[in-house]
Design a protein around this ligand. Structure first.
Ligand code: GCO
Ligand code: MN
Ligand code: MN
Length: 388
């Protein structure tokens, strides 16, 4: 039997998912018209099944157009369910489009217009119903328009209060409906707004603790978003994990300081992607590995499949590299050397404090000690470059 983890063929156990908007991206950008024909949700489910993905996620309006009648909605949902059952593709996550329609030009939950805020809540309740009907267990909140270009427009305190009011309202709704659904906040520093509220994973984690039901709210960190902010994505993910809040993850790639690129996972910085995959696999993260990326605008329909396959294949290759890292004698030898001086920190007690106060340290000897991180990092590079 072939070893599925070494021929890099995705299996359902890998929990690879894509949004309808990712493989369905038509290649429009601020400077140019679409370059790829739109494909229906049913076609996209079949495409995802063909490339070996486990699940599909969607915004309400990726599936049901914003102006659909209820008869149209029912027909679309029926066809979509049929595609899911024909292919075995599942829906682990859903979300709301609160950014495309002009009504949301000044934000949805944080708009200065209370009617817009109410409409955004109503739209989200309906989208939650739709997601739950299709099996979603995680509901993502990406506040693309929740921000400002100028702080004269609104106080950031109002921004936070309105976000809190909205999330509290929607947690109440989910609880009242008896839905088995958790929320995941997806921070992003900017784009499409000049500045978006709750810009980083760290800010979202602190904000969650101020909600009425913090236990049902976690985060959905995205590689590109922390990278746009110039931050270390692995550190953000580790902090979310440490807090028990890593409910979902958006994988893609990005160059620091550029526009929001949404590159194929691992395309830009395979070393960063390696440490991330190694982390997710070693801690036992068991949620979706969601690729929130899209193919280059130059891609045709076949190249879109190459893009989707590439995201999953790179993840599996890096997972295999992590396994080799753990089995590499030289790497493990250096790691033991690094940790040779380590010991658990004693918890506070009066005695421990007295003993520590009386201890003699040879400061110069401590400062004279080096660490072989150059050697170790080079071994990681060689592992990734395929020569070990
Ligand atoms: C972006 C975001 C979005 C969200 C999506 C799901 O930069 O546009 O990453 O793709 O992830 O709206 O919430
Ligand atoms: Mn993004
Ligand atoms: Mn995203």
């Amino acid at each position: 039997m072939p070893d599925t983890q070494t021929d890099f063929t995705p299996t359902p156990a890998d929990k690879f998912t894509f949004g309808l908007w990712t493989v369905g991206n038509i290649g429009r950008d601020p400077f140019g018209e679409p370059v790829r024909a739109p494909r229906s949700p049913v076609e996209l489910v079949h495409l995802l099944a063909e490339v070996g993905a486990w699940g599909v996620n969607f915004h309400d309006n990726d599936l049901v157009p914003i102006d659909a009648t209820s008869a149209e909605r029912d027909r679309i949902v029926r066809d979509f369910k049929q595609a899911l059952s024909e292919t075995g593709v599942v829906v682990p996550m859903a979300t709301t489009n609160l950014f495309t329609d002009p009504a949301f030009r000044d934000g949805a939950f944080t708009s200065n217009d209370a009617q817009v805020r109410a409409y955004a809540l109503q739209k989200t309740m309906r989208a939650i119903d739709l997601g739950v009907e299709l099996g979603a267990k995680t509901y993502v909140f990406w506040g693309g328009r929740e921000g400002v270009e100028t702080d004269v427009a609104k106080s950031p305190l109002d921004g936070l209060k309105r976000m809190r009011d909205a999330l509290n309202f929607l947690s109440g709704y989910v609880r009242d409906q008896g839905y088995n659904l958790r929320f995941a906040l997806e921070p992003k520093p900017n784009e499409p707004r000049g500045d978006i509220y709750l810009a980083t994973v760290g800010s979202a984690l602190a904000f969650i603790q101020t909600l009425d039901h913090p236990e049902m709210v976690g985060v959905n960190p995205e590689v590109a978003h922390e990278t746009m902010a110039g931050l270390n994505f692995l550190h953000a993910v580790a902090q979310a994990w440490d807090a028990g809040k890593l409910f979902h993850i958006d994988l893609n790639d990005q160059v620091i300081g550029r526009y929001d690129q949404d590159f194929r996972f691992g395309a830009q910085n395979p070393k960063v992607a390696f440490f991330l995959v190694q982390f997710l696999e070693s801690v036992g993260y068991d949620g979706s590995r969601h690729f929130d990326a899209h193919a280059y605008r130059t891609a045709d329909a076949d190249d879109v499949k190459a893009f989707a396959r590439g995201c999953m294949r790179t993840y599996l290759i890096l997972k295999e590299k992590a396994r080799r890292f753990a089995e590499d004698g030289e790497i493990q030898g250096l790691l033991s050397q690094i940790r040779a001086q380590d010991a658990a920190t004693e918890p506070y007690s009066r005695e421990a404090a007295q003993a520590l106060g009386a201890r003699d340290f040879d400061r110069q000897a401590l400062g004279a000690r080096g660490q072989p991180y150059e050697a170790l990092d080079q071994l990681v590079i060689e592992l990734l470059l395929g020569v070990r």
